[in-house]
Design a protein around this ligand. Sequence first.
Ligand code: ADP
Length: 456
Amino acid sequence: ELQEFDVVVVGSGGAGFSAAIEAKEAGKSVVIIEKMPAVGGNTLISGAEMNVPNNWVQKKLGIKGDSPEKMAEDTIKGGDKLGDPHMIEVMTKNALPAAEWLKDDIKVEFLDDQLFQFGGHSYKRALIPKGHTGQEVITKFRAKADELKIPIKLNTTATELIQDDNKKVTGVKATNKKDQTISYMAKDGVVLTTGGFGSNVEMRKKYNKKMDESYMSTVTEGSTGDGIVMAEKIGADLTNMDSIQTYPICNPKTGVISLLADTRFDGAILVNQEGKRFVEELERRDVISNAILEQTGGYTYQLWNDKINDISGTMEVHEAEYNELLKQKMIVKADTLEEAAKFFDIDVKNLEETVKKVNQYAKEGKDKDFNHRGKLVSLDKGPYYIEKAVPSVHHTMGGLVINDKTEVLDKDGKAIDGLYAAGELTGVIHGSNRLGGNAITDIIVFGRIAGQEVAK
Ligand code: ADP
């Protein structure tokens, strides 16, 4: 079977929807194909916070001095200078228009009085969607796609790119649930937005031996690197493939990311089995993850109290996760530190000593041990919460090389005609390590550019 469109978008995460909507609004006929039974990819299950310098919430909260240049600096440094400075500049300069587009055109609701400052960022600059998850973003994207009558083919897996005699990409072959092969032909071009390869253990090991089956992952089953493999087959260049990020605070039973533990961004501390802090809680994800793996048992405990949660509000929005963790005995709530520590057999004396110091640092406004870049909060009053956590594979920084028009480049740096890519399957932005809140900025900015460029 053969179906014809102007534009074929492969994958229905944030990058795919952004591209499809832009192309459709530019007057093109567009189809989205998605291999899973539902839309959304990892965008759906993520916290979906989005770093945007000079955003409207910063203005409201009186946060001054941020700029695209400062976010670019943080991003370059956070990725050990392995990201492409020009592409990073494109991302940070287009962050605000992208966020305004989400808010005004897609009708995504963001909290209007709260921001996150993720590890490695010099400002509180991450907008938080309603409910603190990607559900809000994907629900609104889906509604917009329906309104624009963009067909979405679920349970349909793209398997190979189709090229004409001049090597122009003219479509993709896909297989549906009934094992039928369908050729989705694209007059203007194919946009690959298939996400990363975090759930493909073989592919992880191929590029980074350390990232083997001993790690669980936070990502959906669909993240198997299909777009990267398909493009590589027709000559696309790959970069930073060994850069695979673990998220430090995940469920030790399932590998699922803990969004409940976002109290960390508002003062929760990390301690080891011995009851001692061992890393700055707002360090980069790779630094925290590596530090955790060096502790007894290879895990950490995150400690906070009601006062911290009053600031972050995460226990209310992630109540379902809290209840799940209680059931799994991966979190404890107790009135005293002693009681909480005993539940996990943490050294009580040390923990009390650690907390005493943190209380002192909170009062003085300076963390003399780890130089916490946010605000430490006094843990003098309970009730206390202690959550057990391990690092789990979260984001694959590497992938396809694209230019600022999102054209996919071959090994000679030449654009492959008819092929565009945006989102986690590209490898040029985050270098060795993606900073929190930078994925959504990346996928929306470049997803939109892909949709606009393929429609030209
Ligand atoms: P991004 O953040 O870059 O948008 P996501 O992980 O959110 O990435 O979304 C990628 C989507 O692409 C997922 O929904 C995934 O199931 C889908 N996908 C992955 N491989 C294929 C494929 N071969 N064919 C169709 N869809 C795919």
